[in-house]
Write a protein that binds this ligand. Structure first.
Ligand code: SAM
Length: 313
């Protein structure tokens, strides 16, 4: 179904299905002996989805073994995508750990989805983590972790609101202090926002950022919008969806959820607004964690750039 300006969703529906997809790759990573992080909650979400009858089609190891016989390139592409999400997760974990080590006590995770950092990372004793996402996504997350008896490792505030609306008002009403330095993250979000909504979101975030604030984003750069990247990604998502449907499951029509509208380079935007910005190209980020995929297998890796910004104190 086409996106609209005020569409909403729960997990397993529309953009909400992508939150489940990320949880699936993290659950897979969690059982690897060489895992890049520990996230026992990802599997808890997948189990809760199964119990509630929410559609979730996993690339289980059993399915991957079957596909190895018939579609080995799909298996390689899916594994590259898993490595991408695992490396990305670790990169954002490292960002928050460094912010904590620098004494930052306030964090805002924009489009938190099923990210369990508030439960699994170490935070300062008096820190607070705000998580923003669509109401039904956070409702599922909150209920699932509560039923599992999971306690956050920090004071965590769940803020169910659409990021295209006046989220700063809701954030400040929930106790956010714009006078304190903040660690902001946007992981797996920007492709699902129109360019104008991205621009507005950045303006609002900047206005709430005290000196010493930091930001981490997987940003859509010119490489992402190259027609060959969009075609490559589109074909990959279409192919894995077809394979999943042939095997009795379903997957979201991911490229149709994207707003593939060109936008300004995030690092340039940050520098123009007084931030220092460092960029790490996606393949270099994966190489940092020893997960770089061979170029012929990296169809599921979006060509994007990891941007970390810091406002001087
Ligand atoms: N950051 C999480 C992670 O990496 O696991 C989730 C990423 S998932 C690919 C995209 C997330 O963005 C979903 O949880 C979705 O609900 C959220 N999202 C996208 N557009 C949004 C909007 N306009 N308002 C609130 N949340 C949004």
């Amino acid at each position: 179904m086409a996106r609209t300006a005020d569409d909403t969703w729960g997990v397993g529906e529309s953009v909400g299905a992508t939150a489940l997809g990320a949880a699936e790759w993290r659950a897979r990573e969690n059982v690897r002996p060489d895992r890049l992080f520990t996230d026992p909650y990802a599997q808890v979400f997948l189990d809760a989805v199964a119990v509630r009858g929410i559609p979730n089609s996993e690339f289980s190891e059993e399915l991957m073994a079957r596909l190895q016989e018939t579609d080995p390139h799909v298996v390689r592409g899916v594994r590259a995508q898993q490595d991408y999400v695992a490396s990305r997760t670790r990169w954002f974990d490292d960002f928050f750990s460094a912010a904590t080590a620098a004494g930052i006590r306030q964090a805002v995770i924009l489009a938190a989805g099923l990210d369990a950092r508030a439960w699994r990372l170490q935070w300062l004793a008096d820190a607070v983590v705000y998580e923003i996402d669509q109401p039904k996504v956070l409702e599922f997350k909150d209920e699932t972790l509560r039923a599992h008896g999971a306690e956050p490792a920090v004071r965590r505030v769940s803020l169910p609101i659409d990021l295209r609306t006046d989220w700063p008002k809701a954030l400040c009403e929930a106790g956010f202090d714009p006078a304190l330095p903040t660690a902001w993250s946007m992981e797996g979000l920007l492709a699902y926002l129109p360019a104008s909504a991205q621009e507005l979101l950045l303006d609002r975030l900047h206005a709430l950022s005290a000196p010493g604030s930091r930001i981490a984003v997987d940003a859509l750069n010119a490489a992402f919008f190259r027609p060959e990247n969009l075609t490559r990604l589109g074909s990959f998502f279409t192919e894995i969806r077809d394979v999943m449907i042939r095997n009795g499951g379903d997957l979201p029509d991911t490229p149709n959820l994207f707003f593939d509208e060109k936008r300004r380079e995030l690092a340039d935007w940050l520098r123009e607004h007084g931030w220092r910005a460092d960029e790490l190209e996606v393949h270099d980020m994966m190489a940092r964690y020893r997960r770089r995929a061979p170029i012929e297998d990296d169809a599921g890796v979006p060509h994007c750039v990891m941007v970390e910004g810091r406002l001087p104190r």
